[in-house]
Ligand binder design. Structure first.
Ligand code: ZN
Length: 407
């Protein structure tokens, strides 16, 4: 007997409706009139079934630290968190992280990657809390923890290096940072690649999150990725500077990004709030060249970044909401473009995070969301309810008002 049978679901790029049978956490059959009984049944009634949302870039250590309003600039937000870091204890980190993860699951996100700061002020408290949350939410939200470090010094200092080695020994999933914030950007990138290679973990870096027309760190990360044989295991985030450079520089950089097999994550909601604040006349919006990157065949995802902290005082851990913001700022509004946006928050984000067996197909893990819409466009524009969220083949969340959907 199957564990769950979803009847009459509409898929993102399919015609008509299908039945989906789930057993032991995986999709075992998909098609018309799938036979067999199941312990639980969901009548989708033609609604849209998507693979669950993947928020591939958040900061759980910062989330909900500034619920009454944000800072006035990126620099001020970084300072704000550094100042708070000394007093943040593990219980506070756990409580805020838990709140965001619950909210995210309610909104259909079942995989998330969080960057967690490792610094002198915060020590490893953020990492320890995130690793505990990874355990606590196992089977609900698959959490990947990236140890993130950066600083104004020309290269990482020995005490910080010790903390990072300890974070890796504790079991973080990867290494990250914001090397463009240091005058010794290349030394920081070199060190991150060296350490990641030593522990065989993926890399996920904030790149050129700046108003300046600069692709210095993105170009360097791309060349370093090839040199280290790390193609397919590196993500570059933000890439705001790429939006501000001339066409020739952009074209050259995008070709390098493609060759290095980087995934790019754009964080429109956060960068719209933070960037271009001193521009007069031509106001930059701080969002990278998504269309050009996609046209070159680069895997591009969107994610939430900051949720109600000094970096961005908005956000509901809701990837469908982030999708609407992404669609509006990128002017992606045709049905085909909105389907592409939906894929950026699901398939593309899953690829950036290296998730295996992802999708709505036989053999994929049954992490699914049933949306109260029939098309991606309808779901994004209508900001519709997530009727139910299925994690590992079980109904994890029900938001349906009609009780006849789940039988
Ligand atoms: Zn970030």
């Amino acid at each position: 007997m199957n564990d769950l049978l979803i009847r009459r679901a509409r898929l993102m790029d399919g015609q008509g409706t299908v039945d989906i049978a789930i057993k032991d956490g995986y999709i075992v059959a998909a098609g018309n009139n799938v036979a067999g009984s199941a312990r639980q049944m969901v009548d989708a009634s033609g609604r849209l079934l998507i693979p669950a949302f993947v928020d591939a870039h958040t900061h759980l250590d910062k989330a909900l630290t500034a619920t009454d309003g944000g800072a006035g600039s990126l620099e001020a937000a970084i300072e704000d968190f550094q100042r708070r870091s000394k007093d943040i204890d593990k219980n506070d980190l756990l409580a805020r992280g838990r709140q965001v993860l619950r909210l995210a699951l309610r909104h259909g996100t079942t995989a998330m990657r969080t960057h967690i700061t490792v610094s002198e002020n915060l020590g490893l408290r953020g990492i320890e809390a995130a690793l505990e949350l990874r355990e606590e939410f196992a089977g609900k939200v698959d959490l990947q923890v990236i140890a993130m470090f950066s600083g104004p010094e020309p290269e990482p200092a020995p005490p910080l290096k010790e903390l990072l080695e300890e974070a890796l020994r504790l079991g973080v999933d990867g290494l990250g940072g914001a090397p463009h914030l240091s005058p010794g950007m290349q030394q920081w990138v070199d060190y991150i690649f060296e350490l990641a290679g030593k522990y065989d973990v993926p890399i996920d870096l904030h790149a050129d999150e700046t108003d300046a027309p600069s692709v210095a760190s993105l170009e360097y990360i791309a060349s370093k990725t090839i040199q280290a044989g790390y193609q397919g295991r590196v993500v570059a985030d933000h890439c705001c500077g790429l939006a501000a450079v001339d066409e020739a520089t952009a074209g050259r950089t995008i070709a390098a990004v493609k060759e290095a097999g980087l995934s790019i994550i754009t964080l429109p909601s956060c960068n719209l709030y933070l960037m271009g604040r001193n521009d007069k006349g031509l106001v930059r919006r701080g969002v990278t060249r998504v269309r050009e990157l996609q046209a070159a065949g680069v895997n591009v995802a969107y994610a939430s970044d900051n949720i109600r902290d000094a970096f961005r005082p908005f956000g509901n851990a809701n990837m469908l909401e982030e999708g609407l913001i992404t669609a509006q700022v990128l002017q992606m509004g045709t049905p085909a473009e909105l389907e592409q946006v939906m894929k950026m928050g699901t398939y593309n984000a899953a690829a950036a995070m290296g998730l295996q067996d992802y999708g709505v197909k036989v053999g994929a893990r049954a992490d699914l969301v049933l949306l109260d819409a029939t098309t991606p466009a309808g779901a994004i524009i209508g900001q519709v309810e997530k009727v139910c969220v299925i994690k590992g083949g079980r109904v994890a969340v029900r938001n349906d008002k009609k009780s006849d959907i789940i039988i």
